[in-house]
Unconditional design. Structure first.
Length: 256
């Protein structure tokens, strides 16, 4: 809810921390369309204030402006659900920062002659941060779909990864993106590049899932979730418009 005030573009810039130039750009893109006074000056009322807040929150999540506009213009967009998601993400970031701060403090203490830091401890904060972030963002939905045992086992596997294994998951993610974009350029989900992306995605999933639990059905179900859930979808849409659907279709062909 807002307090009902109307702002000029300069007042809106001061209120939000945006530059006037940025507000003009958002207006031209149709991202936050200003009202127009009789003299043609831009005016921002309660709806525009709320819309700009959503834009800035999504920008904090590193989404591209085109993707933000697509999400906000979607008739199914729910501002309350979006804010709840933002809150979960911010809490997850705070927890991750707390872990990184503790890791830096321990590293400094080790350099200054205190108890030596084990190699495993040097990467514990990064892995714990990823687990916490995923739990905050997707924990409820994933647990409802796959069950607590599967999620807890996945988290335990993540925390038990060696540095080499952890780096490998990051390499796989980069390779998935590269292969997927190449496949999208061809336009065939069953093509060579698209199927390579699907196979790399299988390897990436197996790195996190409990050994022996992979199945084609589960793989296809996960890819379907990437399209059905806006948060998953937004992640892949940041790679390229339509990436979530293309990955789903590639995995579907892979698992057929």
């Amino acid at each position: 809810m807002t307090d009902g005030r109307t702002y000029t573009v300069h007042e809106m810039a001061e209120l939000s921390g945006c530059t006037v130039r940025a507000l003009h750009h958002y207006d031209e893109l149709g991202l936050v369309r200003a009202q127009r006074a009789e003299n043609g000056y831009r005016l921002y009322g309660p709806e525009e204030v709320d819309r700009l807040q959503q834009v800035l929150l999504y920008r904090e999540a590193d989404l591209a402006l085109a993707d933000i506009k697509r999400l906000l213009d979607d008739p199914s967009f729910d501002a309350r659900d979006a804010l709840a998601g933002h809150l979960r993400e911010l809490r997850s970031r705070r927890e991750r920062l707390d872990g990184l701060i503790a890791s830096v403090e321990k590293t400094l203490a080790s350099m200054e002659g205190s108890e030596p830091m084990k190699d495993e401890e040097k990467f514990e904060a990064f892995k714990q941060g990823l687990v916490d972030e995923n739990e905050q963002r997707y924990g409820k939905e994933v647990r409802e779909r796959w069950g607590d045992e599967a999620v807890d086992a996945s988290n335990a596997k993540m925390m038990g990864m060696s540095e080499k294994e952890y780096r490998r998951t990051q390499e796989l993610e980069s390779q998935i993106k590269e292969a997927l974009l190449a496949g999208m350029a061809v336009g065939d989900p069953a093509g060579v590049d698209a199927q390579r992306a699907a196979d790399l995605h299988r390897q990436w999933l197996c790195a996190f899932w409990k050994d022996g639990t992979y199945s084609k059905q589960a793989h296809a179900g996960m890819a379907e979730m990437y399209v059905a859930d806006e948060r998953f979808k937004a992640y892949y849409e940041a790679w390229a418009p339509g990436a979530a659907e293309f990955l789903r279709d590639a995995v579907k062909a892979y698992c057929a």
